[in-house]
Design a protein. Structure first.
Length: 184
């Protein structure tokens, strides 16, 4: 049985993230490490599953601790009949094939302006494209993001199909982490 065929069932607390703004519409669940270990990769991973029996498909985010976390939209937690602070039952199975990622507009423009990069981009795998986008969007400053877009176009133009030196799990670089939890 491959990792893509593994179904995991577990219980976890539905948390509210600390918000800088007024958007309190979403919540999140941290996956137990043993559940993350069954997933096909440490970086972003798309799963199908249920939360208290309600079906969904979502992309898990790495937490920087070799596990993952799941953002639960307001629509999903309302449809599942759960509230922040509840212990929820989740069942997760990795999707057979990762869906094509949405390309950010600024990166799309850069690819369109660099035909060599665009050609190599089209020849990469979905997972590689997901990693490129994750690397670009993980930049904390606009200046860093712009530099990464330029670097990505340069690397792709030279034939490089994968991001070099990018820790997709955040474990070594601490680039990714689970949101801080708000008090209830």
């Amino acid at each position: 049985m491959s990792k893509a065929d593994v179904k995991s069932r577990f219980e976890a607390k539905l948390h509210r993230p600390v918000q800088l703004g007024s958007d309190t519409s979403w919540a999140f669940v941290v996956l137990p490490r043993d559940v993350s270990e069954k997933l096909p990769r440490r970086g972003r991973t798309t799963v199908e599953g249920t939360i208290n029996g309600h079906h969904f498909q979502a992309t898990l985010e790495p937490d920087g601790q070799l596990s993952h976390w799941l953002q639960v939209s307001r629509e999903l937690h309302e449809a599942a009949g759960v509230a922040v602070g509840d212990i929820v039952t989740l069942e997760l199975t990795p999707v057979k094939q990762e869906p094509e990622p949405d390309i950010p507009a600024d990166f799309q423009e850069a690819l369109a302006a660099t035909p060599e990069a665009h050609k190599v981009w089209n020849d990469t795998t979905t997972i590689a494209r997901l990693d490129w986008i994750h690397w670009i969007t993980s930049a904390k400053q606009l200046k860093t993001r712009a530099k990464r877009i330029g670097d990505a176009c340069d690397m792709l133009s030279s034939g490089k199909k994968h991001v070099c030196c990018f820790d997709q799990s955040g474990y070594y670089s601490k680039a990714f982490r689970v949101p801080d939890t708000a008090d209830f």
